[in-house]
Design a protein. Sequence first.
Length: 366
Amino acid sequence: MQATAAVLREVNEPMVIETVELDELQEDEVLVAVKGAGICHTDMTVMDGTLPIPLPTVLGHEGAGIVEKVGSAVTNVAPGDHVVLSFGHCRECDVCTSGRPAYCELFAPLNYFGTRLDGTVTLHQGDEDVHGNWFQQSSFASHAIAKAANTVKVADDVPVELLGPLGCGFQTGAGTVLKVLQPKAGQSIAIFGLGGVGLAALMAAKAVGCDPIVAIDTNPERLELSKELGATHTFDPKEHHDLLWDIQQVTASGLDFSFETVGTGPIVRQALEVLRSPGHAASVGFRGLENVIEIDQGHLMLGRRLSGVIEGDADPQTFIPEMIDLYRDGRFPFDRLIEKFSIEQINEAVQASIDGRVIKPVVVFD
Ligand SMILES: [Zn+2]
Ligand SMILES: [Zn+2]
């Protein structure tokens, strides 16, 4: 079995479109014809060397497509099913069985090591190993090998090529709001950073009736879009000498919730300080394996919470269908964030994301 794939051979070099050979399926694996794969910030942290993984590799961890073949022990999907691929998790450890697979004990080896747990690789070029298994999928390719656990069956009345980002970026934003912060209608929230993750969080906040919704970003076009998607107040930090004070004035006493996607010390601190007392801030921005930040413990004392969140702390097997239901109802219009590229344009698509021209590039296959 062969696939056309975008292969990363060296950091800070473009990916190259090449033919790779796929391994035989193991009993718990699924072969998926990829129809679309979103480009996520975590892919870029490998491309620029922030997150070191074995090379050559095929990245891509927001894949969606149609099942072609399943291993002998797979029961949750069958050939012909439309599926979204999410992060790898075991569904057997204490953490997974308590309903929090984003913190699976095997998260790192399943998603980052470039091999199966038995040490074999899923992709080859002749005698050379190509490290697949990136988030149990490596979906910047026409075909991907996933596990039953991270393959989520979805309805076939929605465009499958657009659904991949529900497996990571949009799940991170929407899941953090709906599963971790859990605001009620009429409660206030601030969103720092309006990329795909931040705007998914904003749409989820709008879907549950948050009001006011405060959006903060330095890109004027994204501030405009955030208003169309539900922001009641927008702030460009470049235009506010005392941003915190100005945000706090939106309500009399500060905000109930905040969500930040940037991950730098000053922004995490702002997300904490705009809160009322008590309040809850979530941090999802990733800045490398070590990222020491400084906060004022006095700000936490006021009954405030600061949570670090991966993948929205959601179970993709149930949460991805929930997001699709919201989309069908018109309450989660994530397709407005997407722009399609061909696999040959993948390096352009990455650059468009880095430059801020495109919010969520998705590589599509015919
Ligand atoms: Zn687990
Ligand atoms: Zn991601």
